[in-house]
Design a protein around this ligand. Sequence first.
Ligand code: SF4
Ligand code: SF4
Ligand code: SF4
Ligand code: MG
Length: 791
Amino acid sequence: ENLKTDNPKNSFTIGIVDDVSHSSLPMVPPVSTEPKGTVRCKFWGLGADGTVGANKNSIKIIGDHTDMYAQGYFSYDSKKSGGVTISHLRFGKKPIRSTYLISEADFIACHNQAYVNQYDLLKGLKKGGTFLLNCLWDESELEEKLPHNLKKVLAEKEAKFYIINATKIASDIGLGGRINMVMQSAFFKLADVIPVDEAVDYMKQAIEKTYGSKGEKIVQMNKKAIDMGMEALHQVSVPEAWIGGTERADDKKDEPAFISDIMRPMNAQEGDDLPVSAFAGREDGHFPMGTSAYEKRGIAVDVPEWIKENCIQCNQCSFVCPHAAIRPFLLDADEQQAAPEGFETLKAMGKEFDGMAYRIQVSTLDCTGCGNCADICPAKTKALVMKPVEPQIEAQKANWEFATTVKSKADLTNIETLKGSQFAQPLFEFSGACAGCGETPYVKLVTQLFGDRMMIANATGCSSIYGGSAPSVPYCVNEKGQGPAWANSLFEDNAEYGFGMALATGQIRGKLEDLMKEGLEMDLPNELKEAFQAWIDGKDDAKASKKATYDMLPLLEASKGNAVVDEIITKKEYLVKKSQWIFGGDGWAYDIGYGGLDHVLASGEDVNVLVLDTEVYSNTGGQSSKSTPTGAVAKFAASGKKIRKKDLGRMAMTYGYVYVAQVGMGSDKNQLIKALKEAEAYPGPSLIIAYTPCIAHGIGAGMGKTQEQTKKAVEAGYWHLYRYNPMLKEEGKNPFTLDSKEPKTSFQAFLDSEVRYASLKKSFPEEAAVLFELAEKDAQERYSIYKKLAE
Ligand code: SF4
Ligand code: SF4
Ligand code: SF4
Ligand code: MG
């Protein structure tokens, strides 16, 4: 089409509407080059619900048993859990050469009813096409439950519309949440790719093959799912009236432009349709903070309910929550008055909170249902009980909204304690990390302690994915608009990246000092000069520089017009001492980024490194790193790792001027806070290595026990807690403090509690016996070295 025009565009782009530099060619109606007779199917699934697996299976059935060609492509979002998966399948008698997503579909299925309000599910459905929806609703409820737009398109496209309650069928049969077999069978019945009887045969054969080894009962349950999937399909007659109708008023929300114009379309999988001009003003790539709070994904099945009578106000639930979805709130008298009905409170404990009320509030739509909060609750009778989310969503919505308006009372207490820290606002919330992730509670705590003046360089890995998967940013700001500045560079240069940030900040603050010294010699108000002096004296001390800054700001305003004062004002964001952090996983710190990390630690610069040690490359699927211990099964170590874990902490200690700590939240929360506090205050490089349970470990007790698992790791002598503080040397003391006690439980039993070890016993029993003994010896040797250092 371009060549046919009088002035064909040279060097053009296609696919994105470039209305800024006008490089793009206009899009013609969706391209479909599939040969006639190709059946095109699209499936909307929830991450890990089995949809993708079932679709791969369908491709195999059709590809293996018929003379048809089959093609499949699976697109995912970047959430670590509870994300969306879209499967694009094509089948046909002729070869399929369509290397692009399905633009026109004969069949669309949605496996999750919540999606009807989140995505444009029917985009590309051909006229007279089929739509299959898995939902708990019956036909009479659809009028009310389905959004206007979906109904309209169904009617306009004269679609064949089917519903099925696969969730109930699967649960009745005993398959729990695994709806995939039911949905697969419904697909074969409706999509008309191969005769239904044959499809049933093939699916049942596949079941024998896949589940045969798991016993007859499981085979039968799955076969039953197939039969019931066929029977339970219900065709809905689509009323013509659905073409008209109006959008419900509450479909339109009052929210920032970025959220409605960029984030919502991107999250709805429509980001590719945004024109380039939508990003005007963001040429440097910056995104606003705190956008994850608008997602309200509602992915939990069970959420904690607070039983206030049992609560001892310890704040541990909030401390360990990986998603910042449960928090303590303190209400003054006015706030108690303003609280909605049902916002029940306790009298706050502690004399600093005299007259205040205390409440634990859950954001049910942000909770992932991991259960760590309820598990950790130390109350004699649990003050948190996991209960089905459904009734609680409505009950807690207004309560959470009100809670977010309650003013922070963190100033009244010492936030550098277990309980106090949780009254500080987390400046990292609602990330897309896996439910129960061991990494995010550390990240959240660091932002509670230092977030208002923090800069973070983040290595690529899980922490960069949940830390900033566009458009959703979990790092947020406080009432004053202060929060962590966060950026992710590469995997191989993250320490250097953070080092560069520290040097740049240092330069600017050095310049500020020069300016103030100049100012001291000028004719300026005495008060301002005193503020300059106070700032210079406390420049590198967080508290002192904060105080001096807030004292100085109004005085600067009053002396505007003076060249020096004006220049200080342009750099005022740098007045408060920055807390420079470098985050990353073991794959970065122990392996690929190690050269840079070593260089930066050696430099002596005042940076804080947090290593989230999952002992594998978690983000890419669990490859072995130098942090993987002897005997652990990982990718590239299928028969168990043969060599021991590197002792990164001890290597860093050899410099003598690097602060080093090993921590484990679930084992000792106070030691963790101590280490974070000391590391941040240390005016040189600091390295904190944190034990972080991960889905890659296959924790037998599940991801609701990640805190408990850390405790077990320390008790068994698998992980050790210590702090090496060079400052103590100046006081003539031993810089090394061993914080772990002598191991008291079985090391081997700990290994048995995780699939990464236990599986080796099955696949290579002899190897396992040798390696596990070696693993125990390695751990013992490490402990005895630490003990000697402590003596
Ligand atoms: Fe947080 Fe998990 Fe508790 Fe939900 S269940 S509030 S995500 S700890
Ligand atoms: Fe209350 Fe339990 Fe939370 Fe402690 S952990 S604050 S006792 S609900
Ligand atoms: Fe999930 Fe493990 Fe990554 Fe956490 S560290 S987000 S648990 S893969
Ligand atoms: Mg890792």
